[in-house]
Design a protein around this ligand. Structure first.
Ligand SMILES: [Zn+2]
Length: 202
């Protein structure tokens, strides 16, 4: 029987199909989930997403908004860990505010870009591997910006991330919202997922 990966509810329902990807909806927690997720290779070395003039300025303005939110709600400015740092636009802003910043980016393409363009402190590593090897470093802020929807076991992932937070630290999670995606997809008459390689939408 199909089970929700988030809340464990035993009944989830077929929602949509895009090419070979089949999405199911949990009626309990309203999370949209991709079930045949063994075909996902979103964190392979070749993974990248397109950045053009419009998306670049959106990434930069989103980065500012996120950073302002974090600054507003946390006092400590010592250390920030950005899991899935991507092209590095957010970390490049965050490093001007936090004393030390570290990014984790499993895709070699994205990692290289963030090193070459912004000279950021980034490891070409998955969070899982980093977590296994870490030496009890704790962070004032940990960010998961459009990352959790790509993770096979998000509950465990969040638990592990929380364990790396300092007391009063902040875990910031940003992920697609199903209700707003539905509205946008109707408006634009387009598929409701921004990419087919996401596992969950909340
Ligand atoms: Zn659920």
């Amino acid at each position: 029987m199909r089970q929700c990966v988030i809340c464990g509810y035993s009944k989830i329902y077929f929602f949509n199909r895009i090419n070979i990807y089949r999405y199911f909806l949990c009626k309990n927690c309203n999370t949209l989930q991709l079930k045949n997720n063994n075909i996902i290779s979103s964190f392979s070395n070749n993974y990248k997403y397109q950045v053009n003039k419009v998306t670049r300025s959106r990434l930069i303005s989103n980065s500012k908004t996120i950073l302002n939110f974090i600054i507003k709600h946390t006092k400590a400015r010592n250390s920030l860990l950005d899991i899935g740092s991507g092209y590095g636009y957010f970390l490049n802003k965050a490093k001007k505010v936090f004393k030390t910043t570290l990014g984790l980016e499993p895709s070699l393409n994205l990692y290289k870009y963030s090193k070459e363009k912004f000279n950021l402190n980034v490891k070409n590593q998955s969070f899982e591997n980093f977590y296994r090897a870490q030496n009890n470093s704790k962070y004032d802020a940990i960010t998961l910006i459009h990352v959790i929807e790509h993770i096979k076991n998000p509950n465990k992932f969040i638990e592990d991330a929380l364990s790396l937070l300092k007391v009063d630290g902040m875990l910031y999670i940003e992920t697609p919202n199903l209700d707003s995606l539905k509205k946008i997809s109707i408006l634009l008459n387009r598929s409701l997922t921004h990419t087919t390689n996401i596992l969950s939408t909340f």
